[in-house]
Design a protein around this ligand. Structure first.
Ligand SMILES: [Mg+2]
Length: 171
């Protein structure tokens, strides 16, 4: 199966890194960083090399993605991170031992466009704004279970250790 994998809050603990620096989110139920962490210069983090370099993988993500790779699936990474973060993100994936696959670090609009034009069967992401696009184009989706997608009705992945069952539609 051809699978597109998001990075932030799907493979990398972006939200955890934000809370570590800014304290607990005011509201984690809305898919909007400005409302989660009001009054902060978020762009400072979003453009920071160190912030992204120091991010940790989500629990079980390295093992889970390697399991997908070893099972013969064709993977691609697709993130709304800015193109300027492509190389750093590639290094981060390599350093943590994620399997080799094409990485698209393309920004929000291009990510949505690729979701409409790329050939794939399944997308794994945490944000409804992308899950919706994939779903609308008849693709299978698995949502990484996060507070801001609590009302997403499709298949969810609580933790990467359950990826095999999620893929088999048992969750
Ligand atoms: Mg994400």
């Amino acid at each position: 199966m051809r699978i597109l994998l998001d990075i932030d809050d799907t493979l990398a603990d972006f939200f955890g890194a934000m809370e570590e620096r800014l304290g607990p989110a005011v509201d984690d139920s809305i898919e909007n960083l400005g409302l989660m962490f009001p009054g902060n210069e978020l762009v400072h983090y979003l453009e920071s090399d160190d912030f992204h370099r120091e991010m940790l993988p989500l629990d079980g993500a390295v093992q889970g993605v390697n399991w997908l790779f070893d099972a013969g699936h064709h993977l691609q990474y697709l993130t709304a991170r800015a193109p300027e973060l492509q190389q750093l993100t590639q290094e981060w994936l390599d350093e943590w031992g994620f399997p080799k696959a094409v990485l698209h670090s393309v920004g929000r609009d291009a990510k949505k466009k690729l979701l409409r034009t790329e050939r794939y069967e399944l997308m794994i992401d945490d944000q409804k704004r992308y899950l919706r696009v994939a779903h609308k184009h008849g693709k299978r989706t698995i949502a990484m279970d996060r507070p801001w997608n609590a009302n997403w009705g499709g298949t969810k992945l609580k933790n990467w250790m359950y990826i095999e069952s999620a893929l088999q539609g048992q969750l």
